[in-house]
Design a protein around this ligand. Structure first.
Ligand SMILES: Nc1ncnc2c1ncn2[C@@H]1O[C@H](COP(=O)(O)OP(=O)(O)OP(=O)(O)O)[C@@H](O)[C@H]1O
Ligand SMILES: [Mg+2]
Length: 447
């Protein structure tokens, strides 16, 4: 047996509970269950298993501890719970990510969700860790080939960049993330699937990602039927997995779907703890929750890898000012907006380039590439400003040379934005060459 296996086994044995403390239900109020007899033994975050009179179990988590009472937030509705029901206290096993988690689907406690045995790594990691000190971090790194022409060129993503993916429901967020998981340059991909339906997680892993996508991926999932505490933990646990690989010097791509569900889980917990909402239904504490999650991603320190991150956000309609979107835009290094109108006409990824921004520019591109990007944006802006007129047949060639060129450019540019490009290092250059050709065909020359 290798030394690594022995250390892991030792950790497993140390984590086995010696005895299980038992308390009793003394009240059920506002969705929380009050328990006596555990106050001096429980810690915030410990797991509780309640046994109903019928013999059925109800699990949950320690949310609050008072001198005589422990408050449990159950994972499901407390139907059938009665006074004096016994409640067993379990310490959560240490969360210790392992290199062997690659290719696996796990829950936020490090337990396998794919019915195969899973060993823990040798070093436990905090699920809610502090971000690394800013002074110890490298600046953002090189441009990464993404597998998509649009992200290789006008909206580049560099190593250690944190990007938001904003869209309404069903516009293609998850499919775009899956595309990046399969095609973007990275050593390891960590996916946090937060608050999806159970069926969707299976579908995503087996059909959308497929065996190819899973080859270098770790999926951490908490489904919508799990308690808010478990859903919120999912994002932190997935980030701890990413940090494990980053500390080993690997370049990690972290994909979270979605931060909105993470924020909603936090809202439920905060409301159960009595915090009142202030930010259009969200409690004030949602801001530090989101920002510290995002800050944990980014460039690593000396001898570490980077965590490049894409966080999806559900925006109702095109309300980019709703609280979660607003908080995220402030902390991220760019945002990619998906448009329902573009998706409805069948162009995927439905990225609305004019409304999307990468803050790694202009540094991420060289001078001539920046000129290409500027030409694309200028003509795209001109086309979109006059789009209604053009569609109504009111546009006549010859009145505005920029608009004339934009009209010629539009069909090829739209097709270019839908293009998948292979993600090897030479490919960014290749994507720019193809974009230059598209511009030339419309009579736009780049000096
Ligand atoms: N690249 C693509 N190619 C073809 N169809 C796509 C693509 N991306 C999205 N779609 C279509 O859009 C639908 C919704 O995509 P997806 O599930 O990724 O959206 P979503 O924004 O994650 O939705 P939700 O808000 O429900 O999570 C897909 O079922 C598919 O029909
Ligand atoms: Mg989705």
């Amino acid at each position: 047996m290798m030394a690594h296996d022995l250390t892991t086994l030792k950790l497993e044995v140390e984590n086995l509970p010696q005895t299980v403390p038992v308390g009793r239900v003394i009240g059920v109020e506002g969705g929380q269950i009050q328990i006596s007899g555990l106050s001096d033994k429980a810690e915030i975050g410990d797991r509780l298993v309640l046994q109903r009179g019928s013999g059925e179990h109800l699990s949950g988590e320690v949310l609050r501890i008072a001198s005589e009472t422990v408050h449990m937030l159950p994972d499901a509705a407390p139907d059938g719970v009665a006074l004096d029901n016994p409640v067993f206290l379990y310490r959560v096993p240490a969360f210790a990510p392992s290199n062997r988690w690659i290719g696996r689907v796990i829950d936020p406690f490090g337990q396998p969700l794919d019915d195969k045995p899973l060993s823990r790594g040798p070093i436990p990691r905090p699920v809610f860790a502090a971000p690394p000190r800013a002074g110890l971090r490298r600046p953002m790194g090189q441009r990464l080939p993404t597998g998509l022409a649009v992200l290789n060129t006008v909206l580049p993503i560099v190593a250690g960049q944190r990007v938001g993916l904003f869209a309404g429901s069903g516009v293609g967020k998850s499919r775009l993330l899956a595309g990046l998981a399969k095609g973007m340059h990275a050593d390891v991909v960590v996916l946090a699937l937060i608050g999806e339906r159970g069926r969707e997680v299976n579908d995503f892993v087996h059909r959308v990602l497929g065996p190819d996508g899973m080859k270098r991926a770790v999926v951490v999932a908490a489904t919508s039927d799990q308690s808010a505490l478990v859903r919120r933990r999912c994002a932190g646990a997935a980030m701890a997995v990413a940090e494990h690989f980053r500390d080993l010097g690997q370049n990690v791509l972290f994909l979270a779907d979605s931060v909105t569900r993470f924020a909603e889980a936090h809202r439920e917990i905060a409301s159960a703890m009595g915090e009142s909402p202030s930010l259009r239904g969200y409690p004030p504490s949602v801001t530090p929750q989101i920002t510290s999650l995002c800050e944990r991603a980014g460039p690593g320190g000396p001898s570490q890898g980077d965590i490049t991150a894409v966080f999806s956000v559900l925006v109702a309609g095109s309300d980019m000012d709703e609280p979660v979107a607003d908080i995220l835009r402030g902390v991220l290094d760019g945002h990619v907006v998906l448009s329902r109108e573009i998706a409805e006409r069948g162009r995927f990824p439905a990225i609305d380039v004019a409304r999307s921004v990468s803050r790694s520019l202009p540094n991420a591109a060289n001078e001539s590439e920046n000129r290409i990007i500027a030409e694309v944006r200028k003509h795209l802006g001109s086309y979109e400003q006059s789009e209604v007129m053009i569609r109504a047949g009111l546009y006549t060639e010859g009145s505005d040379p920029v608009l004339d060129a934009a009209v010629r450019l539009w069909p090829d540019l739209d097709a270019f934005f839908a293009r998948s490009d292979h993600s090897d290092a030479a490919d960014i250059r290749g994507s720019f060459d193809r974009l230059t050709l598209v511009l030339r065909r419309a009579g736009i020359s780049i000096l």
